[in-house]
Design a protein around this ligand. Structure first.
Ligand SMILES: Cc1cc2nc3c(=O)[nH]c(=O)nc-3n(C[C@H](O)[C@H](O)[C@H](O)COP(=O)(O)OP(=O)(O)OC[C@H]3O[C@@H](n4cnc5c(N)ncnc54)[C@H](O)[C@@H]3O)c2cc1C
Ligand code: FES
Length: 310
């Protein structure tokens, strides 16, 4: 029977019990969001004890070395001593520079981190508003920008959505480590890219398109965005970008046209790579039309914006 120690607290568990569930049931205040090993909101530090491989999948080597693990992915295998994550101590401080609400319920957030950080445009990080309220968001800016930019969908009743709107420029927040597989790979230079986004799924995909263009991507880049509301919230910016790059083809379409558009989906080439991002239902909906258009699964890279309740 594994014994889990958090400071002075000792918790009895069964082999195979999920660490996050065990800690929450014992009254420990462990934040969580996706419960799918994707977002890094549920980080916990193992001071000793067995750490199963699946609990560190996707973490950076430095995080693994320091003993961090994802509690939601950790089946308990033996006695452990744990330290809970404290964003103010373990994360990177940043301050809000600007917030603009645009389009239909999209908040454009600009943060200045206390020091520059290394990331790939399109990766994600947890933004913490306090020690308990953090959510994963995709990085919409380029690595050369001094500020970090995010596109946040405002969810009615959403804890993060509501709280951030009460904050002012200058307010301090904390950032987790950048992570995730969603970014441009220089090996893709000659492959046509088909970037498919719904809602704020545009955040990582427009960042990846910009990164590809700045890296001298040779083949065509087709960016399709299905927006909520009257127009794409980056309409003019994207049109300016396409005007400056003949290889960038834009399709900015209302969300209501998605089903009809998918029946018309055609590939520019068999070597096309498709990157898909948005709400989970959208990512699910796109798979079959891509397959029907002749794209093998290994040429589809997707990221679903899982929510806390999903
Ligand atoms: C890797 C990753 C990257 C992400 N990047 C972004 C991003 O760049 N921009 C962005 O806007 N979101 C992104 N998300 C999703 C975002 O983290 C969640 O939507 C988050 O739960 C919102 O927090 P909240 O506190 O406002 O709402 P919550 O309190 O978490 O949820 C409140 C209610 O809002 C609804 N809801 C919340 N999120 C979603 C969703 N994604 N789809 C459908 N309904 C939802 C649900 O009904 C839920 O019950 C990302 C998620 C992941 C896993
Ligand atoms: S990775 Fe554990 S809650 Fe998201």
């Amino acid at each position: 029977m594994p014994e889990i120690r958090v400071g002075e607290v000792c918790i009895q568990a069964e082999v195979g019990d999920n660490m996050l569930d065990t800690l929450l049931a014992a009254g420990q205040r462990v934040p969580w969001s996706c419960r799918a090993g994707q977002c890094q909101t549920c980080l916990v530090q193992a001071l000793d004890g067995p750490v199963p491989a699946q609990a560190i999948t996707g973490l950076a080597p430095e995080q693994r070395q320091a003993g961090w693990l994802l509690a939601c992915q950790c089946p308990l295998a033996g006695d452990m001593r744990l330290k809970l994550h404290d964003p103010a101590h373990d994360g990177l401080g940043a301050r809000i520079v600007d917030m603009q609400v645009t389009g239909k319920n999209v908040l454009l957030l600009q943060l200045k981190p206390d020091r520059p950080i290394r990331f790939q445009p399109g990766q994600h990080m947890v933004v913490w508003l306090d020690s308990e309220l953090g959510r994963p968001y995709s990085i919409a800016s380029q690595a050369s920008d001094t500020d970090l930019r995010f596109h946040l969908r405002i969810h009615a009743g959403g804890a993060f959505s509501e709280k951030i709107q009460t904050m002012e420029p200058g307010h301090r927040v904390y950032l987790g480590a950048p992570g995730g597989h969603f970014h441009y790979d220089p090996d893709w230079q000659d492959k046509p890219l088909l970037l498919l986004a719904a809602g704020t799924g545009l955040a990582p995909l427009q960042a990846i398109a910009r990164h590809a263009l700045a890296s001298g991507h040779q083949a065509r880049i087709e960016l399709r965005h299905w927006y909520d509301g009257d127009e794409c919230y980056l309409d003019q910016e994207l049109r300016d970008l396409a005007a400056a790059h003949a290889t960038l083809i834009l399709h900015l379409r209302p969300r209501a046209e998605l089903a009809a558009d998918l029946t018309q989906l055609r590939l520019a080439s068999r070597s096309t790579l498709a990157l898909v991002c948005g709400p989970p239902a959208f990512v699910e909906q796109i798979r079959k039309p891509l397959f029907m258009a002749g794209l093998p699964g290994r040429q589809i890279i997707d990221e679903a914006f899982l929510s806390r309740q999903a």
